[in-house]
Design a protein around this ligand. Structure first.
Ligand SMILES: C[S@@+](CC[C@H](N)C(=O)[O-])C[C@H]1O[C@@H](n2cnc3c(N)ncnc32)[C@H](O)[C@@H]1O
Length: 231
């Protein structure tokens, strides 16, 4: 697992082409996954939400459009510059973005009604500590919702997915994003090594979250995990 500064440098390098690469490499499915995540959060208008590892801010914007007052936090300033640049594009209020490490969030306990993370917790050097910190800043009874890659178990889909992830994506990602292909090779390696399904639900429990649930998306290529903070 690379350390924090290595991760920061990697995302700084891909930031300019990140959205373009995401849409192309996922054939736009990532947008559908974020919409499902918004439905899972089930925003009550006016709720305070935090999206950590927010990157270029797509989930934070989607939750803001659903009626939440959002803060997006990430420790890579070039990603947040892209996020802030989207404000005003769709009209309406935009999330507030700030530079912060998910392992040391600059918020008091119980500051938010919910906290989300999309494709980010896998990159945090200590994921349980990251989940713990997300839970700390969520009010009792509030939700922590995670969107993350998982690995499909359907034999043909699984083989196609592994081939695409290992062989195609690093080259295509480097070409589309204009960055060196380390980041997209890292994407493959980190997804294959990261706990998924029950193993991830166990991480949520280890972080003190309760009632963890999981929805698999697109044949198990991704999953949404939801847990609650103890009342
Ligand atoms: C794959 S991107 C996901 C961005 C966005 N959430 C999305 O759905 O497109 C992962 C992001 O996590 C951020 N990140 C990784 N570790 C972090 C940490 N410890 N604290 C804050 N941000 C972190 C990176 O800077 C990067 O922007």
């Amino acid at each position: 697992m690379p350390d924090g500064p290595t991760i920061q440098r990697m995302f700084a390098a891909v930031a300019p082409g990140y959205d373009r690469a995401n849409r192309a490499l996922s054939l736009g499915i990532d947008t559908r996954w974020r919409k499902r995540t918004v439905r899972t959060v089930a925003v009550v208008p006016g709720e305070r939400g935090l999206d950590v590892c927010s990157g270029t801010g797509d989930l934070a914007f989607a939750l803001q459009r659903a009626g939440a007052n959002m803060v997006g936090a990430d420790f890579c300033p070039p990603m947040l510059v892209r996020a802030a640049g989207k404000a005003g594009a769709g009209g309406g209020p935009a999330p507030r973005f700030l530079v912060a490490d998910t392992l040391a969030l600059p918020f008091a306990a119980h500051s938010f009604d919910f906290v989300t993370v999309a494709f980010g917790i896998r990159n945090v050097s200590d994921p349980v500590a990251g989940l713990h910190e997300m839970a700390r800043v969520t009010r009792p009874g509030g939700r922590v919702v995670v969107l993350e890659f998982s690995q499909p178990r359907v034999p043909l889909l699984g083989a196609a997915y592994r081939f695409y992830f290992r062989r195609v994506l690093p080259r295509l990602g480097a070409w589309i994003s204009g960055a060196r292909n380390d980041a997209y090779r890292y994407l493959h390696d980190s997804v294959m090594a990261f706990p998924e399904r029950q193993a991830f639900l166990d991480l949520m429990l280890a972080a003190g979250l309760t009632a963890p649930t999981m929805q698999l998306l697109t044949g198990g290529i991704a999953a949404i995990y939801r847990g609650e903070v103890r009342t």
